[in-house]
Design a binder for this molecule. Structure first.
Ligand code: NDP
Length: 330
């Protein structure tokens, strides 16, 4: 390998961060037991926040962002991994508290990796990325709570044209659910129908403050918006309906009452992809490989070179990214 490799490095400048591509050496990388040659990464909403120095997610600079990556093991001090193994990393605050995937090499803890499942490659793994992995966890949460496709009713997906939303719409419709997709972008309706959405709502219908209880409408919901949208969704859940709360694209608050819980037995389940235990990760990746058609995944994916990433970091914060962004690191 060459003595140096390219990486995107963030530095703090007073109250903002400055991003520059730099030559790095292996000695620059943080401690860890596995060295990975990063081939693919992604851009998630959290990456957008980190690239723009928001949310106090990164406490130590200089910093290499990128919360996900897929690549090949170069060397390993851990018996679970050997040179040549293909691996995936999402979560564990990599790209946030630890250097991440926006460089050609990363050194990480073996505990944070999962082996590439049979039938999946690095590009498709990163087209899924943290966002798609989170969608799978949300679907698994609905199932664990007893929601199934043979029940009467629709599953609502909010922020449907975003990363978590697009993969959730595709997964749920492939599993046989009737999916209602909520979006603020009229130009994504055909896209959402092509992923299997049965009905489409304008997000303004859900974003206003609602009464504590409205007519029962949804069997389940996957929410990536939070705030008044999640409060509105809770008030429209059917008796014993289940909501998987994944995100805060509309804000971190929840201006709701407890009435949907007390009078309709509604269940609100939190989804955390970052600290998700290993066994559940392996199950979720296996299911994504088997249950998300790769041609559908290709249809929601835009490929961007690492050197072109910065404007996309701003776009994702404005809700202007459709589906998933795959980052070509090499
Ligand atoms: P995206 O930006 O791709 O998707 C978010 C979508 O939310 C947008 O595309 C838009 O959808 C909608 N949206 C954006 N702003 C607003 C707003 N002000 N009001 C209502 N809707 C809005 O992001 P991701 O899919 O990557 O992430 C979605 C959320 O999930 C983020 O908050 C992220 O932090 C969170 N997340 C959480 C994880 C976890 O472990 N819990 C893991 C991954 C992500 P549309 O145009 O269709 O309306």
């Amino acid at each position: 390998m060459a003595d140096t490799f390219r990486g995107l490095v963030l530095r703090q400048q007073e109250k903002s961060v400055q991003a520059d591509f730099q030559n790095l050496t292996l000695d620059d990388l943080p401690d860890g037991d596995v060295l990975v040659r990063v081939r693919w990464s992604t851009l998630n909403y959290k990456d957008g926040m980190i690239l723009n120095g928001l949310g106090r997610l990164v406490r130590q600079y200089p910093h290499v962002p990128g919360v996900d990556f897929a690549g090949e093991v170069i060397s390993s001090d851990d018996p679970r991994y050997a040179p040549g193994d293909q691996v995936i990393l999402t979560g564990w605050r990599v790209g946030e508290a630890h250097w991440g995937g926006y460089a050609e090499y990363a050194r990480v803890k073996a505990d944070w990796l999962v082996p590439m499942p049979d039938g999946l490659d690095g590009a498709h793994a990163m087209a899924i990325g943290t966002a798609g992995f989170t969608s799978m966890l949300a679907v698994m949460a609905l199932e664990e709570q007893g929601v199934s496709p043979d029940q009467d009713g629709e599953i609502l997906v909010t922020g449907a044209a975003g990363g978590v939303g697009s993969v959730a719409v595709g997964l749920l419709s492939n599993l046989g659910y009737r999916v209602a997709a909520s979006t603020g972008r009229a130009d994504t309706h055909d896209y959402l129908r092509s992923l299997g959405a049965h009905s489409i709502l304008d997000r303004s219908e859900l974003s206003e403050a609602s009464k504590p209880l409205l007519s029962e409408r949804w069997l389940g919901a996957v929410d990536s918006v939070g705030s008044t949208t999640l409060a509105h969704v809770l008030s429209e859940m059917k008796y014993h309906g289940v909501v998987a709360a994944c995100g805060l694209a509309g804000g971190p608050d929840l201006p709701a009452t407890v009435l949907p819980f007390l009078l309709r037995g509604v269940r609100l389940i939190g989804i955390d992809s970052v600290m998700c235990p290993y066994e559940k990760r392996v199950t979720a990746w296996k299911r994504l490989t088997q249950e998300l058609p790769m041609d559908q995944l290709d249809a929601v994916t835009t490929k961007v070179g690492l050197r072109d990433i910065l404007p996309w970091g701003e776009k994702i914060l404005k809700g202007q990214v459709r589906g998933r962004l795959l980052i070509d690191v090499q």
